[in-house]
Write a protein that binds this ligand. Structure first.
Ligand SMILES: [Fe+2]
Length: 228
């Protein structure tokens, strides 16, 4: 069913969770070890090696789905993304149940050195940047102190700084290019910049792997009142 979207100002949706970040960090480090050693279904050791340590968890993100793994924290993030998507649909006037949403996620160790302030050509978008009803977001595991920069309305739009908070999930419609700032931390053994990224898209988008769907619109605006 083609969506009928109400034109609204851009809005971030967020949820603060109480995940055990130490446990989640070691779980993700273990998954990185799994990627490195060909222990994750659908990903070979050669897939990993060819990347020569260039953000393998991110660049292999189309070959696994973070939500295929079993950790209580991931279940909590999944639930938060589902909940934020329902809230966002309510905000944009989209019928959640008619969208047949899928979710795709991966994790990210962002250790790149980048110029500061982050230039526009370091920003990117997802899902062709078409906007709601497609959404994208991130959850910080160990990303303090840092910012995620957005250009609201497109690359020529106004720059907005989202201050990253650990244990916080953020959702935005696509179409607003973004990027995380560089790390000053020189010791890359510390898993700084550790985050989980997710995309929420209507069924039929290719290529994605291990996608799940969720339906049932049980969002109530009285639980999370939206500014209109
Ligand atoms: Fe992104």
């Amino acid at each position: 069913m083609s969506p009928v979207k109400i034109e609204k100002d851009h809005k971030f949706f967020d949820r603060f969770l109480d995940n055990d970040l130490k446990s989640l960090t070691s779980f993700l480090e273990n998954k990185m070890h799994g990627l490195e050693n060909g222990l994750i279904p659908n990903i070979t050791k050669e897939d990993f090696d060819v990347l020569e340590n260039r953000s393998p968890a991110t660049n292999l993100g189309s070959q696994y789905n973070i939500f295929q793994f079993h950790h209580e924290g991931l279940h909590n993030i999944y639930r938060a993304v589902s909940d934020m998507t329902k809230e966002a649909c309510w905000y944009y006037g989209i019928d959640f149940d008619s969208q047949y949403y899928m979710i795709q996620g991966w994790f990210n160790f962002d250790n790149y050195q980048k110029p500061e302030p982050l230039p526009d050509d370091f920003l990117h978008d997802h899902l062709e940047g078409k906007g709601a009803p497609d959404f994208h977001g991130y959850y910080c595991v160990n990303a303090e102190p840092s910012n995620t920069y957005y250009k609201i309305g497109g690359i020529d739009g106004e720059r907005f700084t989202n201050v990253n908070k650990n244990n916080r999930a953020v959702l935005s419609e696509t179409g607003h290019p973004h990027g995380i700032q560089s790390w000053n931390e020189k010791d890359f053994r510390i898993p700084r910049g550790l985050s989980i990224i997710f995309c929420v898209v209507r069924t039929g988008f290719e290529p994605v792997t291990f996608v799940f769907w969720f339906r049932k619109s049980d969002y109530s605006p009285t639980r999370y009142p939206c500014a209109t």
